[in-house]
Design a protein around this ligand. Structure first.
Ligand code: P53
Length: 485
């Protein structure tokens, strides 16, 4: 028998609208930035196309058809005993273009039904406002989050949904994984992150410094928009619990060599500066020094600073998948002041999955302790954790011991963090409780679910839902409050 968590702990799972709903042109929905991302793979990055191009595969167009299947899908979550379920509102269902004068009633009605259905099962909705799916029109007409006007457009969208669902939703978060874009590099994955976070696309000849400046300016507007939404949300319903959301990869230095330690520390500051503004309402002194020196993030007003301070978050939502080990890029680094001076290296102490993500359960306990060291007593909700893997179906059964192993090991570390370390973790929502389209690669075959969905990378298949072995395992975990792993 293992450790046990309290009755009010929020066990459940999490998805995002663009990876699940499909129905990309139904109910008055507009085109989002996810609708022009092609399918990729571990080897080939997803392409960002100029609009939708005939003949290419855009997996988010079909998702898993959750827009039509949510009732049967939620019934399966309820069968596992879910206490909470996280999804996002597709901004483009509410404001198809992002700057429409009036919201789209059909989109609003869809989420009314979705949240009502959750409550019928006693499942608490946990809602992300902006999960990699801003209206594409805001990119083509405004230049994405590089434009200050996005602040008001976002806050207006937040106002509409806060008012509409004020009696149905308590737990909110503003931007999904806002800090993914923080580590600027020439890696194609950075291009993907800054697109999904900010709707920014760079020309071929843009320098790293230019990319960094654009990202930091956009990030600043996103943070101001988040803070204004938090303040407004509390005015609309003081009981709202509104958070920021970041990916937390546990960070380690490659060696105790002083230059590696400094590189590790700088990588951590890069990872954490968005969190810092969400929680403290101000930029860290390290970030201020960096801005000062480089002259980036030019447009920051006194009013912005006041807004940031007035809209600090009630909790932090985090995703955790892996750890990352870093070293100084060169021995000559006397002035490690830029993320590009940090190199990620393989850690021989941890294994990787088929997509080279380091599997490190203890790193989750480490990351939770570290967060509580930085922001003592701030509630933390784990809103993503899971194992992307290939599954095979044999006679209608899916045996996924590798997934159970991953989840068991991570949940055990969460329980140690809560019970033994006293970290205020309020929930554990694993990623993709039902198979969905991968964000990073656009594949269906990178599966996280307890529930198998019979669709392939081309979106072909019956769409049938099947319970994997992990389904029965997670049901028992929840029923025993985490005691039976
Ligand atoms: P996929 C990068 C780094 C960490 C998490 O990812 C990330 C990403 C972007 O892929 O994404 C989060 O589907 C994200 C989800 C996503 C999930 O992790 O690439 O919030 O939308 O599906 C898993 O395996």
């Amino acid at each position: 028998m293992g450790l046990k968590l309290n009755d009010d702990f929020l066990w459940g799972g999490a998805i995002a609208a663009h990876q699940a709903e499909g129905a990309w042109q139904e109910g008055g929905k507009g085109v989002s930035i996810a609708d022009i991302l092609t399918a990729g793979s571990h080897q080939h990055p997803r392409q960002i196309t100029d609009g939708v191009i005939e003949g290419l595969n855009y997996p988010n167009h079909h998702g898993i058809d959750f827009y039509h299947t949510y009732k049967e899908d939620l019934a399966l979550m309820a069968e596992m005993g879910f206490k909470a379920f996280r999804t996002s509102i597709a901004w483009t269902r509410i404001f198809p273009n992002g700057d429409d004068a009036e919201p789209n009633e059909e989109g609003l009605a869809f989420y009314d039904d979705l949240f009502d259905e959750m409550h019928k099962h006693g499942i608490e909705p946990v809602v992300t406002l902006n999960h990699f799916e801003m209206p594409y029109h805001l990119v083509t007409e405004y230049g994405g989050w590089g434009n200050r006007k996005l602040i008001d457009l976002f806050v207006n969208y937040a106002k509409v949904v806060f008012e509409r669902y004020q009696d149905k939703v308590t737990y909110w978060m503003t931007h999904n994984e806002i800090s993914n874009q923080a580590a600027v590099s020439n890696d194609p994955f950075f291009e993907f992150m800054v697109w999904t976070n900010s709707g920014l696309k760079f020309s071929e000849d843009a320098t790293l410094a230019e990319k960094q400046a654009a990202m930091m300016q956009a990030g600043h507007y996103e943070l101001v928009a988040s803070a204004k939404a938090v303040k407004l949300g509390h005015e609309i319903n003081p009981n709202f619990i509104i958070g920021g959301m970041v990916n937390v990869a546990a960070l380690y230095p490659a060696s105790p060599k002083p230059a590696d330690m400094l590189a590790f520390q700088k990588a951590r500051q890069t990872r954490d500066w968005f969190t810092d503004v969400h929680v403290r309402g101000a930029y860290s002194t390290e970030m201020e020094a960096f801005f000062e020196k480089t002259g980036v993030r030019a447009d920051v007003t006194d009013e912005d600073r006041a807004d940031l301070l007035a809209g600090t978050v009630d909790y932090m939502a985090i995703s955790y998948y892996n750890s990352k080990t870093v070293k100084a890029a060169t021995d000559a680094d006397t002035e490690i002041d830029n993320p590009s001076h940090v190199e990620t290296v393989k850690n021989d102490y941890v294994k990787v999955n088929d997509w080279d993500w380091a599997v490190d359960p203890q790193g989750l306990r480490y990351a939770l302790n570290e967060l509580n060291d930085m922001y003592p007593r701030l509630p933390i909700m784990i809103v993503e954790n899971g194992f992307g893997a290939y599954d095979t179906v044999e006679n209608g059964e899916i045996h996924d011991p590798y997934r159970i192993d991953y989840l068991r090991a991570h949940v055990a570390e969460v329980e140690k963090a809560v019970v033994l370390d006293g970290i205020p973790v309020i929930g554990y929502l694993s990623w993709g409780p039902i198979d969905i389209v991968s964000a990073g690669t656009g594949e269906m075959k990178k599966r996280y679910g307890y529930i198998y969905v019979d669709l392939d990378d081309m979106g072909e298949g019956s769409g049938d839902r099947l319970r994997k072995d992990s389904f029965h395992w997670y049901k028992e975990v929840i029923a025993s409050h985490g005691e039976n792993l």
